[in-house]
Structure formats: structure tokens, C-alpha cells
Ligand binder design. Structure first.
Ligand SMILES: NC(=O)c1ccc[n+]([C@@H]2O[C@H](COP(=O)([O-])OP(=O)(O)OC[C@H]3O[C@@H](n4cnc5c(N)ncnc54)[C@H](OP(=O)(O)O)[C@@H]3O)[C@@H](O)[C@H]2O)c1
Length: 295
């Protein structure tokens, strides 16, 4: 297992949390990790969607940097399970259950967290638009996609960024999705929400750069979370082909030859949120294993 290959911790190196390593078989996990200064120790970090998948991986990664992490999702029970995952690594996370499609509830949650000490970093990774075969597209599906993906991010980002600007510092990382750049007939509704989020993120980056706030986007491609199964279910409905065949076909299209691990997306979120990326704002970073191959 990849974790066993991780080198012993010596001076100037830190051990990577085991939960970030699970499933990773090669590549970045074989590198030595030098003790670079992310500046995240003691920072107050809010992560939406922290109960599962990429958001949970981000919670572990930021906690490992010494940040004070608050995780949001709809389900108290899921958040408690996520807390237990962090606890097994020796980390803690405050949690707050809130449905971020509800603008008032989202703003109230962020205002309360902000009032408790100020939010230094916001990572948005909550919610995801479902995929639908073309014949199932309808007004309700488009509305659902915007609620599930666009508004879950905007309802959090808008109030938080204003508070960051008032304090003259802050960093936002939005985990959006390569489906907002590359059209997929099964992902027209969700892909449109992703495209809108990218534009909003870059717009906020420009608007708030002079006030000390950076905003960046990560666009994952296929990443090994529960989302993958949901996408495959829609593909099975649309094509009548088997799940395994469709998955193998999708992976075969990825030049790096595998899906991303959630922990790999978290590492890029760490970088973008940190002082290491102090001159990076308005960037849209693809993480699709080289699939799009466009500039
Ligand atoms: N995995 C991929 O292949 C992939 C590819 C491209 C982009 N992305 C994007 O990356 C982000 C994270 O995806 P993921 O794969 O990590 O998905 P995931 O494993 O399904 O996690 C989604 C998270 O969002 C939370 N959530 C969902 N709706 C919410 C709401 N209305 N209010 C608050 N929290 C909500 C969920 O928690 P509860 O259920 O506890 O509420 C969960 O913590 C999504 O925006 C997704 O579109 C993923």
C-alpha cells in the first residue's frame, strides 16, 4: 500500500495524514514532503461539504497544517462521522449542519462563524448537481442544478468575502469542476452551473484583489468520491451499458491513467489558500489528469 512507501519522518519533513493517502498508488505520494511554510497554522478555515469526498480531504489537509477547521454540510450525522475520521488522525474539526441552498441559513451560519473570530480561508466543496440523460432535462432539473451547485457556493461566498474585505485579508478556493469547461451531454445543467461559478469566482477575484482577498478555482475531473457512482448511474440510464464498462471507458480517457484521489485535490486547495500562492488570484486550475489538453 502506498502509505507503507511513505518515507520515515526526519528533520525538515512531516508525515502525511494516512486518510489523505488511501487509494493512492503512485505519483505525488512517493515524493518527499519538505517543510514548506504554508502560513496556515492557526488560521481559521471554513470548508463546505466537509462531511465527505473532496471537502473531507480538505478538512484533513488543513487540520494537518495546524488550521482551526470548521466543516459544514447538511447532515449532523455525516459531520460527526467526518469528525471521527479526523480524530483518528489526531485532528479536530468544529462542525455546523446547514443546508447551503438556503441563502438565509447560509448567511446566518457564516455570520456566526465570522463573529467567533474571523474567517481567513473559505473552501467551497458542498453540493453537486446530478447528471441527467437529455430526455430527462426540464426546468426543474435546471433549477435543481443551480440550487445544488451554484447557490450552495454563492450563498456562502458573497457574505464571507465582504467580511474578509473589511478585515483586508482572506482567501477563497472554489472546487468547481472541469464539466464547466468541457460540455458533456449528461451534465448540461450542472456544467452550466460550474461555468457560472467560474465566472463569478474570477469576477470576485478581480473585484476584491485590492482589498487583500484572493479567489481561485480548482476544476477536478473524475475524482474518487461518491459523486462518481451518481454520474455512472445516469450514464447507465442513458446508454443501457454496464457501470464497469462505462467507468473503464472514462478512466481510459485520462492520460494519467487513473482518477484523482480527493487528497490530491486537497493538496492543491492548500497551496492556493496558503501564503505560497500569495500572488495567485483569479486562477482556474484544471485537475483532470491531462484529459482536456487545452490551454
Ligand atoms: N468527484 C468528482 O469526480 C468531481 C469532479 C468535478 C467536480 N466535483 C465537485 O467537487 C465538489 C465536491 O464533490 P465530491 O465529489 O466531494 O462530492 P461528495 O462526496 O458528494 O460531497 C459533497 C459534499 O457536499 C455536501 N452537501 C451537498 N449538498 C449540500 C447542501 N445543500 N448544503 C450543504 N452541504 C451540502 C455533502 O454533505 P451532506 O450530504 O452531509 O450534506 C458532502 O459533504 C462538488 O461541487 C462537485 O461537483 C467533483
Amino acid at each position: 500500500m502506498a502509505y507503507a512507501m511513505w518515507p520515515q519522518v526526519t528533520d525538515g519533513m512531516r508525515e502525511r495524514p494516512k486518510a489523505l493517502m488511501e487509494g493512492a498508488s503512485s505519483g505525488p505520494f512517493l515524493q518527499l514532503e519538505c517543510a514548506v511554510q504554508t502560513g496556515l497554522n492557526g488560521k481559521r478555515v471554513v470548508i463546505t461539504g466537509a462531511s465527505k469526498g473532496i471537502g473531507l480531504a480538505c478538512a484533513i489537509a488543513f487540520a494537518a497544517e495546524g488550521a482551526h477547521v470548521t466543516g459544514l454540510s447538511r447532515s449532523e450525522a455525516n459531520l460527526r462521522e467526518a469528525q471521527a475520521v479526523l480524530a483518528r488522525e489526531g485532528y479536530a474539526m468544529d462542525v455546523r449542519a446547514v443546508d447551503l441552498t438556503d441563502a438565509h441559513a447560509a448567511e446566518a451560519a457564516m455570520t456566526a462563524i465570522e463573529a467567533a473570530g474571523g474567517i481567513d480561508v473559505l473552501v467551497n466543496s458542498a453540493g453537486a448537481a446530478r447528471r441527467y440523460p437529455l430526455e430527462e432535462l426540464s426546468h426543474d432539473v435546471f433549477q435543481e442544478a443551480l440550487d445544488a451547485k451554484y447557490f450552495t457556493y454563492m450563498n456562502v461566498m458573497a457574505p464571507t468575502i465582504r467580511a474578509m474585505a473589511q478585515r483586508g485579508r482572506g482567501s477563497v478556493v472554489n472546487v468547481v469542476g472541469q464539466g464547466g469547461k468541457q460540455a458533456n451531454p449528461l451534465h448540461i445543467a450542472g456544467g452550466s452551473a460550474n461555468a457560472a461559478l467560474m465566472l463569478a469566482s474570477v469576477g470576485f477575484a478581480r473585484a476584491y484583489a485590492g482589498k487583500g482577498v484572493r479567489v481561485n478555482v480548482i476544476n477536478p475531473g473524475l475524482t474518487r468520491t461518491g459523486r462518481v457512482e451518481e454520474g455512472l448511474e445516469a450514464a447507465v440510464r442513458a446508454s443501457g451499458r454496464s457501470r464497469d464498462e462505462l467507468l473503464a471507458e472514462q478512466v481510459a480517457e485520462i492520460p494519467l491513467g487513473r482518477m484523482a484521489e480527493p487528497g490530491e485535490v486537497a493538496q492543491v486547495a492548500l497551496f492556493l489558500a496558503s501564503d505560497l500562492a500569495s500572488y495567485v488570484t483569479g486562477a482556474v486550475v484544471p485537475m483532470d489528469g491531462g484529459r482536456a489538453s487545452v490551454i
